[in-house]
Design a protein around this ligand. Structure first.
Ligand code: TRP
Length: 333
């Protein structure tokens, strides 16, 4: 019997990329063997800043599901489901909202950064403002112990833990479980342009579904050490995304160490390092792309997987909600 539970997910606002893979997808493929794993396509959360683009969110449900299946998330081992079809999540969110102050919400660093990036100013959608509380409900309604996420999600995990503690204290119960974040060794993958984070909105991603030609083009134009002008010059590996990607995805660590030493000494050109990176990335991405192409021929089959997963998830969430209602003394009949 798998006792430990994982809940994790992604917003369906675009195709998933190498940043997702390094941050969480690779871990999910491994962890599904030992854990009871739920993977959620977070359409409700996506709509908090896409109220005007429901078609985009809808179209990306299938894309994200294809990304999941193509990396090896196995629907026989992992329950894949759609967030908006689990009514217990907004229900628990509503009760959680009474346990958090407006001030606390405003000071969540993840939210603060996103408000800035999206240029909301004072016009912040209320639903967006409270999405961390909704995310706390996602996690706790499944009694998840473990949440594999990128580093940027840590403030939300912290808030989740606060809510669980407060809920259990106030209602004198142990119904809800305190989850732990599981952060990947390369917690944040930089963009191909060298910016801190790979992100669709920055247009600096390598997507899991990119064609081999696209990957070649993107790697060739990748940012490296701007001061490494001639081959014989010593180069920097820190802050050089080519080496960060090698650290994240190359299995031959010795070879990576040698390349780094040579690059730092001088005498190793960017194009040679990039050629090796390309080899590494294509051997990772080729099988993923092939599996994606196979699944993409059967969209109905993919939607069926989501429908079945959603039924299971809804049942599990409803069971927790019954307990929640009882501990809150709102189980009237
Ligand atoms: N906020 C996450 C992201 O932007 C997606 C997400 C929604 C999530 N609910 C979750 C992640 C619950 C982990 C657990 O990537």
């Amino acid at each position: 019997m798998k006792k430990q539970i994982i809940l994790t997910g992604d917003r369906p606002t675009g195709k998933l990329h190498l940043g997702h893979y390094a941050g969480s997808l690779a871990a999910r493929v491994k962890l599904q063997e030992e854990y009871r794993q739920f993977v959620m396509i977070a359409d409700t959360q996506a709509l908090t800043d896409n109220a005007e683009n429901p078609e985009k969110v809808r179209a990306n449900i299938l894309e994200v599901a294809l990304d999941y299946l193509s990396v090896g998330i196995d629907p026989d081992k992992t329950t894949i489901f759609i967030q908006s079809l689990i009514p217990a999540i907004p229900e628990l969110t509503m009760y959680f909202l009474n346990l958090v102050t407006w001030n606390r919400l405003k000071h969540n660093p993840t939210i603060k950064l996103e408000i800035q990036q999206k240029g909301y100013g004072e016009e912040i959608p209320a639903g967006f403002m409270i999405y961390p509380v909704n995310q706390a409900a996602d996690i706790t309604i499944f009694k998840a112990n473990l949440v594999p996420v990128g580093e940027d999600q840590l403030p939300i995990m912290e808030q989740t833990i606060e809510l669980v503690r407060k809920f259990n204290r106030i209602y004198k119960t142990d119904t809800l479980i305190e989850p732990k974040a599981l952060i990947a060794p390369i917690a944040r993958l930089p963009g191909t342009d060298g910016k801190l984070k790979m992100s669709k909105s920055l247009n600096n991603t390598i997507n899991l579904s990119d064609s081999a030609d696209e990957v070649v083009k993107k790697v060739k134009s990748m940012y490296t050490d701007p001061n490494h002008l001639r081959v014989e010059d010593p180069g920097k590996v820190e802050g050089n995304p080519v080496f960060t990607y090698l650290d994240a995805f190359a299995t031959d660590k010795e070879k990576v160490a040698e390349l780094k030493a040579h690059y730092q000494r001088g005498g190793l050109g960017d194009s040679i390092v990039k050629k090796y990176l390309l080899e590494v990335l294509l051997s990772l991405l080729d099988p993923i792309r092939k599996r994606r192409e196979e699944w993409a021929k059967e969209p109905q089959e993919v939607m069926n997987i989501l429908r079945k997963g959603t039924e299971i998830a809804r049942h599990v969430a409803d069971m927790t909600m019954q307990e929640v209602r009882k501990t809150m003394k709102i189980d009237y009949f």
